[in-house]
Ligand binder design. Structure first.
Ligand SMILES: Cc1cc2nc3c(=O)[nH]c(=O)nc-3n(C[C@H](O)[C@H](O)[C@H](O)COP(=O)(O)O)c2cc1C
Length: 203
């Protein structure tokens, strides 16, 4: 539960929402590790003792996960990391994908997939969500709808966080899902839902 907000806090939130835009042009600089961690915590970290998070989730199932392709993060070896929302930490999973390989899975020549300092991959355990919500819809697909909506909430949090952190970012979903799945080591049972490219704005 939140207490009453100050006028300043209210104004800030609506001003951030109004200023939110996709940014695709990044320079070569690194992002501070604590900045990245604040963004991950804001998007998916556990924020109370009951397991509540900043992003809503149907039945509080929380089928989403975050995997980070960390290219230029200060004091963090370039690699793919899994975000642990309970312990607010990154766990190394694998080497970075080869240079150029993310661009190859793009459906629209999205070169920012290669220039971003980091890419936050929003993943989901579809089978878990489909099982859990199977009785809510005759074709059993309700869980997939919930996942897409929940990923949208996470994406909006990431967009707003980029403004607070003085960074730029863009949500990318125009990718070949199968090719991406072959490229990225994701948590067991998870598939990528969306990619959020992140970097220091060039201009
Ligand atoms: C579901 C979704 C998928 C998107 N996929 C891509 C994408 O593949 N590549 C890209 O550059 N931008 C992508 N975007 C960003 C949109 O292009 C962008 O939000 C739109 O042009 C409006 O611009 P704005 O975000 O600056 O308001 C996506 C946005 C959403 C919501």
């Amino acid at each position: 539960m939140t207490g009453p907000l100050s006028e300043q806090e209210r104004t800030l939130l609506y001003s951030l929402i109004a200023r939110r835009r996709s940014v695709r042009d990044y320079d070569d600089s690194a992002i501070q590790q604590q900045t990245l961690m604040r963004m991950l915590d804001g998007a998916q970290g556990v924020t109370d003792q009951d397991g509540g998070r900043g992003a809503p989730s149907a039945h509080a199932l929380h089928p989403l996960g975050l995997t980070v392709i960390a290219r230029r993060i200060q004091d963090l070896a370039p690699a793919i990391y899994g975000f642990d929302p309970d312990n607010h930490q990154l766990n190394r999973q694998a080497e970075l994908p080869a240079a150029g390989s993310l661009l190859q899975v793009s459906l629209a020549d999205d070169v920012w997939l290669e220039s971003a300092a980091a890419i936050i991959v929003i993943t989901a355990d579809h089978e878990r969500a489909l099982r859990h919500f199977a009785d809510q819809q005759s074709d059993g697909q309700r869980g997939a709808r919930y996942i897409d909506v929940e990923a949208g909430a996470v994406a909006q949090s990431l967009y707003l966080a980029t403004l607070v952190e003085g960074l730029g970012g863009v949500l990318v979903m125009g990718v070949d899902d199968q090719a991406l799945a072959r490229l990225l080591p994701l948590p067991s049972g998870h598939r990528a839902v969306a990619l959020f490219c992140l970097g220091q704005c060039r201009s």
